[in-house]
Design a protein around this ligand. Structure first.
Ligand code: AMP
Length: 494
């Protein structure tokens, strides 16, 4: 049996699946090219048997065909981030134990040497695909499909492994809740190494037989695309909405009118991956006429809570559990809390991930009696969940990306002029939180923000690089010597 995603695509053969600014590809194209890619990946074996295939391809048809090709060959897809510097890419490739790297020619210079050093098979997307499609393996849905890297409260990012079945459950839950159909046409502007872009947008669209229009984000380009008036769905993180609002505000009255009209043609606009500030929701409503549907989810669990498609959406709330998702709140002693009392969100259901890649200890620690412990705190009021914050100050959400303060600190400590440092998230309307670093410098050293940032960008993903630094004599510490992060946050606020 083929994977259900593939079988479903066969029903939509002549329909457009993926479109970019200047090209459109049908489901037939996607099925054919992905089978050629799968054949090429298999070479002389019958099944990749969950070998990890890391791929670095900009948004577009090649990305999707490669992802499907890996799945159809029985491999695990490991999408890499196009804006990551070499050390971050190297970490993911090494950690997942990739045996093959597929790269767009734009990334050849950075990845070929890495593949050579590690003796990995290296394939460029520009290479000619096999003209004869070989026999492809049967891939059971219980097999591992995807590894997405996510930052946690300890050390380096962990690989979140989901099976085809997990992804299917995540997708069908959203398809039911938000009533996706093959008539939908969604604009995709989010990163393709994160669950929001891969599952909620791309895979939902392809499961539904809908059209997925891909663009790299730029506020003006996105508005131009919306103005065409043919989209039915849009999903983004709060930071994107803030940027779109800013662009709308500087546009001419006439442009504003057509931007608003383009939004009005859509049936649903969604926000998630970070808290949506009420003022952003309200401003967006005046611009677009849409009361944004806010939902809550996580790489490990897919989407868990959502405001309703029909019926009242409440600002500041993330609604109720999605279909096939169980949610509960527990206190510090891991007991269920009574209604109206804050507690940690725990989640259970078929969409919950299988494991952290080759990290059984972390996997075991993340569950309590089969419930995944999210580390997020919420309260239920009138049946709706409201997110109150996170249990760890060391998790920062910036522009929808989850980053670890500890991971950043570890890298900053390797700077020759930095003696000690503390990284914190400081509340910010545009970014949700801004990554800020308090630094104790080596004697008689000084550091400009510019030189600091360019040093850090070579080692860390750009969204992890602190946007503000403060040089201090010493870090505020408690009696145990632990840095008092809330005091560090105050330093930046003042
Ligand atoms: P990620 O795994 O990168 O998607 O990050 C998941 C985390 O994002 C969650 O654990 C929450 O802390 C945060 N998050 C996602 N959606 C929301 C939301 N609607 N409101 C507040 N925080 C959110």
């Amino acid at each position: 049996m083929n994977l259900p995603l593939i079988i479903r695509a066969e029903e939509h053969n002549e329909k457009t699946a993926i479109a970019t600014t200047d090209e459109a590809f049908t489901y037939r194209d996607l099925l054919h090219t992905s089978s050629q890619i799968a054949t090429g990946l298999l070479k002389n074996v019958e099944d990749l048997q969950e070998q990890r295939v890391a791929f670095l391809i900009p948004p577009g048809f090649e990305y999707v065909a490669t992802q499907w090709g890996i799945w159809r060959a029985g491999g695990i897809a490991v999408p890499l981030c196009i804006s990551h510097p070499r050390p971050e890419l190297e970490y993911v490739i090494t950690n997942c134990g990739a045996s093959i790297i597929v790269a767009h020619p734009n990334f050849e210079s950075i990845l070929r040497s890495l593949a050579n050093e590690q003796n990995l098979r290296f394939i460029l997307t520009s290479e000619t695909l096999p003209s004869n499609v070989g026999r492809l393996p049967e891939v059971d849905i219980t097999r591992r499909a995807l590894i997405l890297y996510t930052s946690g409260t300890t050390g380096k990012p962990k690989g979140v492994v989901t099976t085809h079945q997990n992804i299917q459950a995540q997708v069908t839950s959203l398809i039911t809740a938000w009533e996706w159909t093959s008539s939908d046409r969604i604009l995709h502007i989010l990163p393709l190494h994160h669950i929001h872009g891969i599952v909620n947008i791309l895979t939902c669209a392809l499961w539904a037989g809908a059209e997925c229009h891909m663009l790299s984000f730029d506020a003006k380009t996105v508005w131009n695309r919306i103005c065409q008036g043919d989209l039915t769905l849009f999903m983004a993180v709060p930071t994107i909405y803030v940027k779109l609002i800013a662009a709308w505000e500087t546009a001419s009255k006439q442009s504003q009118k057509s931007m608003s009209e383009g939004c009005a043609k859509m049936r649903l606009m969604v926000s998630g991956s970070a808290a949506l500030p009420v003022e952003v929701l309200e401003k967006w409503q005046t611009i677009s006429g849409h009361f944004l549907l806010e939902r809550y989810g996580m790489t490990e669990i897919g989407m868990a809570l959502s405001n309703p498609l029909h019926g009242e959406r409440r600002s500041g709330y993330v609604g109720k559990p999605l279909p096939d998702v169980e949610v509960r709140l527990v206190n510090e002693s891991r007991q269920l809390v009574p209604a109206g009392t804050p507690g940690e969100i725990q989640v259970k259901g078929p969409g919950v991930f299988l494991e952290y890649w080759q990290n059984p200890q972390a996997t075991a620690k993340a569950f309590q009696d089969g419930w995944f412990c999210t580390g997020d705190i919420a309260v239920v009021e009138n049946g709706n969940y409201r997110i109150l914050g996170r249990m760890s100050v060391d998790i920062i959400k910036t522009g929808g990306y989850k980053v670890s303060a500890l991971e950043i600190e570890e890298v900053l400590r390797s700077h020759p002029d930095i003696q000690e440092c503390a990284v914190v998230g400081v509340a910010d309307i545009e970014w949700g939180e801004r990554v800020c670093a308090a630094l104790v410098l080596q004697r008689s050293q000084s550091l400009t923000l510019e030189s600091f940032r360019s040093w850090a960008k070579e080692r860390l993903a750009v969204y992890k690089v602190p946007t503000q630094i403060l040089t201090v004599e010493e870090l505020p510490r408690n009696a145990m010597g632990k840095v008092i992060k809330p005091t560090v946050v105050e330093l930046f606020r003042s």
